[in-house]
Design a protein around this ligand. Structure first.
Ligand SMILES: Nc1nc2c([nH]c(=O)n2[C@H]2C[C@H](O)[C@@H](COP(=O)(O)OP(=O)(O)OP(=O)(O)O)O2)c(=O)[nH]1
Length: 147
């Protein structure tokens, strides 16, 4: 039985086949996370699947429709641990309708290169750092090795 609060996040990429850039979102609240970068998303509501929750959150927060790709492989069945009471599962995705805008919960969106130092230089919510690392490995890891 799931005991942790379930959060879903999207790694929105410029392309699912040949990704080069990720859309990062800067949070406005709560105070301890304001100004930090994260994957857009939020809590799974009762009766929703994880994917349904993610589509709803992306519509509310960014005003976009997306195609979801694979789930980013995570260390536990409940996802990536965020804190003692919550875990997040993350799906790769691509915007199919609309232009992302910071409508709710964020004050800035930024497309960042997956390769290079720019992405790691962002002030991510600390719990997101292993997720960002895994995303880089999954997307451009092979390319990096031959850079
Ligand atoms: N969306 C999101 N939340 C994250 C990330 N990393 C991380 O620690 N969190 C935490 C922050 C919050 O405590 C929780 C998600 O809550 P939220 O505030 O985004 O969810 P929500 O929009 O459904 O919340 P609410 O306004 O309905 O209260 O997970 C991340 O990358 N994306």
């Amino acid at each position: 039985m799931t005991t942790l609060k379930q959060i879903v996040g999207a790694a929105l990429l410029d392309s699912l086949d040949q990704p080069h850039r990720l859309l990062a979102a800067r949070r406005t609240a709560p105070p301890e996370f304001a100004g930090m970068w994260e994957f857009p998303g939020g809590k799974v509501e009762p009766g929703e699947s994880h994917e349904q929750a993610l589509h709803r959150e992306l519509s509310e927060e960014l005003g976009v429709k997306v195609r979801l790709g694979a789930e980013l492989e995570c260390p536990t069945s409940e996802g990536w641990p965020l804190n003692p009471s919550a875990a997040m599962r993350v799906w790769l995705g691509k915007v199919t309708e609309g232009t992302p805008a910071p409508l709710e919960d964020h004050d800035l969106l930024q497309w960042v290169e997956l390769a290079g130092q720019e992405i790691l230089a962002l002030d991510w919510i600390p719990a997101d750092l292993p997720i960002v690392q895994a995303l880089i490995e999954t997307t451009v890891g092979g390319r990096r090795a031959t850079d």
